[in-house]
Write a new protein. Structure first.
Ligand SMILES: *Cc1c(COP(=O)(O)O)cnc(C)c1O
Length: 495
């Protein structure tokens, strides 16, 4: 009647497409396989390519394009990516990448990301299996770090967020859940402690929390780069005397500059003596506990009240996959749980489920970071992951040894883990420190190895952070050879 077909549209009306699914799944399938093959080829042939190369202006211009109102074929869009984005990454998947602390990712992680994207799960809560996958990871991290059954955890973007959340947990532990509504009063002031080597995201966490980064006392580090325990205790006693309210100690399990691990047992003792929350920033180092060779470095980590770490660094899970493990999940609930009507829980059915991550952290809509982590832990096993970390540390020790043997190089910090800081000083110890800045820039441009530059005691230092499971002795040799070659060049000294 009236020319209506089954679709409910008049037969002469132009067909309105509102679904974004393809008409032709066969074409999409073929294109999808092509994209997968391209990416696997890229990963397989990484070593034939430069670590990094600057993107040409033609590539940048393609990303200053008008807003696309009309459709473009997927194959064409993929070609733009393949030719203009893929070759110009930052290089952290490459074996020669040693700049900063970045994970290398894996092909397995990539495939899991694809599955997660297809499922498009929202991990805020409710009763579905993806939630169980995240709970599995929490239980495994409890086991890895010997945390008690009361422990809880949550995936976050990275350790920057995990440290921030830990500050909020410690705040509500000290002041009670009422602080959520009342906010901070000006007296007495909350104060916290970390070493001068603490990562820059920690003072920022204090800024974001409203407590203020001035309330984070930066305690001097000893020659090994660890927090000076006696100085810490003096600072706490002084603050108490002055009427402040100490509430939190943040230890580092792998400092960003040199990889130093604080004396975690001593920090637990100080926290107990003064009734403070003891948080550990283990972003780059903590997963090293998976290696039998390295585990002893982290003694005491099991006694922390909360622990932030990144699966996306040494765990090789693709970005992003930060994690916060908490000794008592009740601290998370008292900081975050709320009773919004639209989030009302049912006893059963889809709106059921007894663990809603939105009660345990700041996010409501959350992606399925747990899946790529689960795939990584399952397919490789924690032993292989730990072995890869131990191999990184062995390469770092070898590099440090080589540096000490070269008259033109100087080791600038003890090597506790996988980070080596050194400088080109010249055979007669006469090279200006700034030459190191230029050496690092040249190495990046040459594209064979990419260390980063840091400053230790105000001096420029070449920093090799060996995090990638693909890094081999040949990459270390290329770094040493490159630094020696560039350092000896007069033009580099003069420019
Ligand atoms: C990388 C790092 C962070 C920050 O972690 P993101 O995952 O980048 O947010 C914090 N602390 C240390 C020691 C780090 O190495």
């Amino acid at each position: 009647m009236l020319g209506l077909q089954d679709s409910g549209l008049p037969s002469d009306a132009p067909r309105q497409r509102t679904s974004l699914d393809p008409d032709d799944w066969q074409t999409l399938r073929k294109q999808g396989h092509q994209m997968l093959d391209d990416m696997l080829d890229h990963l397989k042939t990484l070593s034939e390519k430069p670590v990094w190369q600057p993107a040409p202006s033609s590539a940048r211009a393609l990303f200053d394009a008008p807003l696309p109102v009309e459709a473009t074929d997927l194959a064409e869009v993929h070609a733009i990516f393949r030719d203009n984005v893929l070759p110009y990454g930052s290089g952290n998947i490459h074996s020669g990448f040693m700049g900063w602390v970045q994970g290398g990712g894996t092909a397995t992680g990539m495939l899991a990301e694809m599955l997660a994207g297809g499922l498009n799960a929202n991990l805020g809560g409710r009763d579905h299996m993806p939630i169980e996958v995240e709970r599995q990871i929490i239980r495994w991290t409890q086991q890895i770090f010997s945390f008690p059954d009361t422990a809880g955890g949550v995936f976050l973007t990275g350790t920057s967020q995990a440290n921030f959340v830990a500050v909020l947990l410690a705040r509500s532990r000290k002041l009670g859940a009422g602080v959520r509504a009342q906010g901070l009063s000006s007296e007495p002031r909350l104060v916290a402690y970390a070493s001068s080597e603490v990562h820059g995201c920690v003072p920022r966490a204090f800024e974001m929390s409203g407590i203020g980064s001035d309330q984070l006392r930066r305690i001097p580090a000893n020659a090994a780069g660890q927090i000076d325990i006696a100085a810490l205790e003096r600072a706490i006693i002084r603050d108490k005397k002055e009427g402040h309210m100490p509430f939190l100690i943040i230890g580092s399990a792998g400092t960003v500059n040199t990889g130093a691990v604080d004396d975690l047992i001593a920090l637990r003792g100080v926290a107990d003596a003064h009734d403070l929350h003891f948080h550990v920033d283990g972003a780059l180092g903590a997963l090293g506990i998976l290696s039998d060779d390295l585990a002893h470095l982290f003694t005491g980590i099991e006694s922390s009240d909360s622990l932030a770490f990144d699966f996306h660094k040494w765990g090789q899970v693709p970005y992003d996959a930060g994690f916060l493990l908490v000794r008592d999940s009740a601290w998370q609930r008292q900081t975050f749980a709320s009773e919004a009507a639209y989030l009302s829980r049912a006893a059963s059915g889809l709106a059921g489920g007894d663990w809603w991550p939105c009660d345990y952290g700041p996010d409501l809509s959350r992606g399925f970071r747990a899946l790529k982590t689960w795939f990584t832990l399952k397919t490789y096993g924690v032993k292989a992951l730990g072995d890869s970390m131990a191999a990184n540390c062995a390469l770092a020790r070898g590099l440090a040894h080589r540096v000490e043997q070269e008259p033109a190089l100087r080791l600038l910090a003890p090597v506790a883990l996988n980070i080596v800081c050194f400088a080109y000083v010249g055979a007669a110890d006469d090279a200006p420190p700034e030459v190191n800045t230029r050496i690092v820039e040249r190495l990046h441009a040459e594209g064979c190895v990419a260390p980063s530059l840091t400053h230790l005691n105000g001096q420029p230092a070449i920093r090799a952070a060996i995090v990638n499971h693909r890094t081999r002795q040949a990459d270390i040799d290329a770094l040493i050879d490159g630094v020696l070659k560039l350092g000896s060049r007069q033009d580099l000294l003069q420019c």
